[in-house]
Write a protein that binds this ligand. Sequence first.
Ligand code: GLC
Length: 533
Amino acid sequence: MPGRDEWWRNAACYEVYLRSFADSDGDGIGDLPGLRSRLRYLRDLGVDALWITPFYPSPQVDHGYDVSDYTDVDPRFGTLGDFDAVLEGAHQMGLRVIIDLVPNHTSAQHTGFRAAMAAGPGSPERGRYHFRPGQGRGGLRPPNNWRSAFGGPAWTRVPGAEGQADEWYLHLHHQEQPDLNWASPAVGDEFESVLRFWLDRGVDGLRIDVAMCLAKDPRYPDLRRGDDRHPYHNRPEVHEIYGRWRAVLDSYPGDRMMIAEAVAPDAAGLARYVRAGECHQVFNFAWLETRWSAADFRRIIKDTLDAVRAVNASPTWVLASHDAVRTVSRYATSGPNGNAVGLERARAALLVMLSLPGSAYVFQGEELGLPQVDVPPSARRDPAWVQSGGSMPGRDGCRVPIPWNKGEQSCGFSPAGSSAPWLPQPQSWGELSVADQERDSSSTLAFYRKALRIRRTVLGGLDDGVVILPSAPGTLVLARDPGFICVLNCGSRPARPPAGDLILSSTHRPGSLLPPNSAAWFHTGGTNWVSRR
Ligand code: GLC
């Protein structure tokens, strides 16, 4: 692999939600050999890197985000040899590989947690997790009011053995995902060896799951609205952890990176993760949480750029992930044509995202224009749905397995004669298949390929700066030097495009005016665009 070229600064990264990408062995669950067989598809799509969701041994309570062994592969997903083959195959095609590290919590089946349960109160084994006495008479109430992200209290009671007190353990997610105690030096040491294990194998990057939660207030106070410092979000101690990891990454040859999954009250809070000597990037979810509005997009772009520039980092942009409602449905309007409008908007938002400096994270299936699926309640598998007793819809609807080929069983997700896919695909899923879209030059897949190719060949040569130009209400106009303009129309009336030549439009109806729910790229001279395209 090449040396330190900071490839991640402007990369287009593709999130592979492994369970739902491609199933090679017919068990209805995607796996590493399946991914390997589709690497060519990803290369042809025009992305630079893959982020693969967790494939480690795991009871799969949270579909892999409950890890029972950090240095192996779950047999459902393949073997370590299969992982090496994916890595080698990806590298041969010029694709970088980012793996997903889950340091906030383990599975309750991890040997460390099983030892803690067996060892009892006050033991060093329990010191690696958060075990606390309960409140009130007999300690029958949880230690504090913290809540699990999936609903219910964040504490589970463990009855003491003969003569021992009961304790409670902390899980900010499912009760099968006990939180590690990062104040224990043993935890930091163990994770450093996990990092080295995967860096030695040759991975290019790490995505850090729930990066803002690792440090907890050692007094375990109740969570109160308006507290100056949150008891477990974005505490200063987390930054020491990433500083240590950064030193490890920097000691390796090549250009290894880490990207934090963090949520902070504002862009400046997020930028603390990407200060010198810490993470290379942090996910910027602001866009994913915003309605269809040029004014909101303008604000997010400005705030993001201001915050990351202050610390000399590169921004990231995300429209979709395995945790969010799919973009097409998020932007859909009510009424019979709702999803068609949603798709137009998703294509337009892609053009805006790809025209910005920094890196863009694309979630599998975005390139097919997949909508959110209303998975029947009896088939839902997300712990958020199950643990909340149905009060949270859960995330299954964006995780339905990819349709590769209309005519085949499971739309080509699994080989013929396989078990049903782990989440049911809707009847119409095949219409959106890769094979069908490859045959249609006006498909969403063809559009993504074109946009990603132009981004790589032409936009990659633009300056890092971007200027937001004054524009009519409901529109957003971005300019980059030399001679590039992106226009987005979120308004209800057609908008006038800038003087210049059209490079690419998100809409099937390009004309002299830019229709509502569309975006387009233009060049306004200054460089030899046509020959570079
Ligand atoms: C992250 C993952 C999500 C998972 C959670 C707990 O937010 O993206 O899928 O449920 O962490 O690990």
